[in-house]
Write a protein that binds this ligand. Structure first.
Ligand SMILES: O=P(O)(O)OC[C@H]1O[C@H](O)[C@H](O)[C@@H](O)[C@@H]1O
Length: 342
């Protein structure tokens, strides 16, 4: 595992040596999180921040300028290998769900990633100060269950306006000439006031596979997705922007994505909540997952090829677009320029 000082060197801006209780310092620092697991803390102006555990390359916190938490993490989350952390943004790779022979959602979410000091440059250089670069490569054990050599680079960045940006770059480094295929998701758990107060816009009229109906294909009939019972669907060919509107909080999350055509929407509701050992019985009311994904069509890479999948999250007050239920209107109000995502 990388030391605090190498982490500081690897990341944007001037951080400080890791400490158990981080003090307000530069934009990037490493310290110990729950159970002594190493984490990286990104800070921006006012109280905007994000936290990333090396275990799973897993974002577990994203706070706005008032220091309010925007991601859901279960009170019963187990921060201990081999269980993935329940909440935040697990990375599902090289398999989403049980679309293949690997463990559910693949192994990237329960491996320990490393901080990379000097990753290959991005085509468009980042101007953010608060970011960290992580890398995952397979171990000998991993190669036994998925016999492909890869480099998975993940950059987590916090923008000056508090937006959270994740960029995944996955490269086939097989030396045997073989391509590989994978499915992928940023399994984002959003924190919400109450599931009955939330609607998801941008997926209306689209086809979806219903995980609760043997993955049969249906067409969305509603104006928006609302939640009245368990819901677990893979929306196909989705637009690059999706809005999650929390009426009670008067807040909208805007999800922007690139390279990720699908979107999973999930809420376990009461029965499934009770069946999960690392999830509180009533916590389903305070979370919704909207997961930018590539599932229906696998991504295939030949040796030497690289794929990029991007996620940008912003949280805007609903008053910015008061009375507007038109997602285009909602999304125009985001501060992220549209051309930055593709
Ligand atoms: O419990 P996990 O393995 O983390 O999976 C949690 C959930 O992930 C996705 O949203 C799937 O669509 C669900 O079917 C699954 O229940």
């Amino acid at each position: 595992m990388s030391t605090s000082s190498s982490a500081t060197a690897a990341a944007g801006g001037a951080g400080e040596e890791g400490a158990a209780q981080p003090q307000q310092v530069g934009p990037v620092q490493t310290c110990k999180g729950v159970n002594g697991l190493e984490k990286v803390v990104l800070r921006e102006v006012r109280s905007c921040s994000a936290e990333v555990y090396l275990y799973g390359g897993h974002v577990t916190s994203w706070k706005d300028e008032h220091g309010e938490e925007l991601l859901f993490v279960s009170n019963k989350a187990i921060f201990k290998p081999p269980k993935a952390i329940r909440g935040g943004i697990p990375i599902c790779f090289p398999q989403f769900s049980n679309f293949g022979n690997l463990e559910q959602h693949g192994f990237a979410r329960n491996r320990t990633w490393s901080i990379e000091n000097d990753p290959p440059p991005f085509p468009v250089p980042t101007s953010n100060r608060a970011y960290v670069d992580l890398i995952l490569t397979p171990t000998e054990e991993d190669l036994k269950i998925w016999p492909h050599s890869f480099e998975f680079r993940l950059r987590v960045a916090l923008g000056p306006g508090g937006d959270l940006m994740l960029t995944s770059r996955i490269r086939n480094t097989n030396t045997d000439g073989k391509p590989f295929s994978f499915t992928f998701a940023y399994h984002t758990y959003f924190s919400i006031s109450d599931i009955s107060e939330v609607r998801v816009e941008g997926l209306e009229t689209l086809d979806y596979l219903d995980n609760l109906q043997e993955r049969n294909r249906y067409t969305e009939q509603g104006d928006a997705i609302v939640f009245e019972s368990e819901l677990d669907r893979i929306y196909l060919g989705t637009p690059s922007k999706i809005a999650i509107i929390d009426h009670e909080k008067k807040r909208t999350f805007v999800v922007r994505k690139g390279g990720l055509p699908d979107a999973v929407v999930w809420n376990p509701w009461d029965k499934k909540a009770k069946a999960m050992s690392d999830f509180g019985d009533d916590e389903y009311k305070r979370m919704v997952c909207v997961e930018a994904a590539a599932i229906e069509k696998q991504i295939t890479l030949k040796p030497g090829e690289e794929w990029t999948g991007k996620l940008e999250l912003s949280a805007v007050p609903s008053s910015y677009y008061s009375g507007q239920l038109d997602p285009d209107r909602v999304l125009q109000d985001s501060s992220v320029p549209e051309d930055s995502i593709s």
